[in-house]
Design a protein around this ligand. Structure first.
Ligand SMILES: Nc1ncnc2c1ncn2[C@@H]1O[C@H](COP(=O)(O)OP(=O)(O)OP(=O)(O)O)[C@@H](O)[C@H]1O
Length: 380
């Protein structure tokens, strides 16, 4: 069982997650729903040890404390992440992507067995084993990403918005595949925007709002919850039948009522009492006359005094000269640690400080190479 207890994450002054507690058992699918920026991805990153912010609280997997473990050690313990955007190696083949997923110590010795299991779970990956991943469809690439995570032989699989960018049909296939993963006894924790389809296969779900877990329930109850329906399931025609139809005011019904078209037709001339052709001819004549009077000449109008024109030209030249002579500011270099704050706009109030948005970057990626004798690893 994966257990996050009282997890708080701060990015500088910003609390992206506060006191979040979430658990996932083996063989169940749990969905996390929430608005953009609520803290959903942060929760998955905190569990996987790849969060850029400061993480407090505890993350345990089958009793083992993962809180301070390096990301690769967390994979070794049995927690795998399919990140948002998949993170596949697009220039490698399907087979190579899958093999790279078996890098963890827990999976390395059973690579072939796990590969066969992934192939039987997703037969398409076996058919496409030699295909370069870049040339595959979005849905197929997502299958590669899930297959690669499965190659680490996880007990819990976490996924960040796996259906993002997939067509409804491919999303359906994806969720069907995740149900197959659950049936293998693996726990699935996913962040999803597609509440309807994800709750359709899930066992339980959590709602995150403004960095807090505000609700937890079975997937069935969440689907029936009017607040969840309003916020995440939309008020479309495919909303569950239990949603009460809002009362439509009488006047609105009237406004949208379509009146049957009258069978009797009348000509426009008869309705207006005048000939439409005559009206168009008269209007054209008026327009031609007006244009002939008002059209400006392309040459400089004689009424503009030449000294005013010369003055304006001199003004433009002065401004251009001043701009040429203005000292240039140094171009920012790639090596600068932090970008200099932008100069305030001339019209901006001078006493207001320029807002600063702190962004925390992921730690540097370290690459290890397996030693030729297979005994150990060396950092490249
Ligand atoms: N590396 C970072 N540095 C600074 N702030 C961050 C960083 N990552 C996330 N945040 C902020 O933390 C908050 C939560 O972000 P998070 O990505 O967890 O949201 P989310 O619920 O997954 O949203 P979405 O559905 O849009 O992906 C947001 O306000 C975001 O701007």
């Amino acid at each position: 069982m994966l257990e996050l207890h009282d997890v708080t994450v701060r990015y500088g002054q910003h609390r992206a997650l506060e006191g979040a507690s979430v658990h996932v058992a083996k063989g169940e699918i749990v969905v996390i729903l929430g608005a953009n920026g609520a803290g959903k991805s942060t929760l998955l990153k905190a569990a996987s040890g790849i969060c850029e912010g400061v993480v407090e609280g505890s993350v345990r997997l089958d009793g083992t404390d993962l809180t301070r473990l390096a990301p690769n050690k967390i994979v070794d313990e049995g927690l795998a992440l399919v990140p948002e955007g998949r993170g596949v190696f697009a220039d490698l083949t399907v087979r190579e992507n899958l093999t790279l997923g078996a890098y963890s110590a827990r999976a390395r010795h059973e690579e072939q067995v796990t590969l066969d299991r992934v192939y039987s779970l997703f037969p398409k990956l076996r058919e496409r084993a030699r295909q370069i991943v870049r040339t595959m469809s979005g849905g197929e690439q997502q299958m590669v990403a899930i297959g690669r995570a499965m190659m680490s032989n996880p007990t819990i699989l976490t996924l960040d918005e796996p259906s993002l960018g997939l067509s409804p049909l491919l999303s359906k296939e994806l969720f069907h595949n995740l149900a197959k993963v659950r049936d293998l006894g693996i726990g699935v924790l996913m962040v999803e925007q597609n509440a309807k389809q994800s709750l359709g296969i899930a066992d339980r779900g959590y709602l995150i709002e403004n960095a807090h877990v505000v609700h937890e329930d079975t997937a069935d109850n969440l689907m029936k919850d009017p607040a969840v329906q309003a916020a995440y399931l939309g008020a479309g025609s495919d909303a569950p039948a239990s949603v009460a139809e809002p009362d439509m005011p009488e006047t609105v019904v009237e406004a949208f009522a379509i009146k049957p078209r009258s069978q009797q037709t009348q000509s426009a001339d008869a309705i207006l009492g005048r000939s439409v052709a005559d009206m168009v001819a008269a209007a054209s004549q008026q327009s031609v006359t007006a244009t002939a009077v008002k059209r400006p000449t392309t040459s400089v109008p004689s009424q503009v005094p030449t000294d005013r024109l010369a003055g304006a030209m001199a003004e433009i030249e002065r401004a251009a000269k001043a701009a040429r002579n203005r000292p240039r500011t140094a171009a920012p270099t790639r090596s600068s640690q932090a970008p200099a704050p932008a100069a305030p706009h001339p019209s901006a109030p001078q006493d207001k400080p320029t807002p600063v948005i702190e962004v925390y970057r992921a730690p540097r990626v370290e690459v290890y190479r397996r030693q030729p004798d297979g005994a150990g690893f060396e950092r490249t």
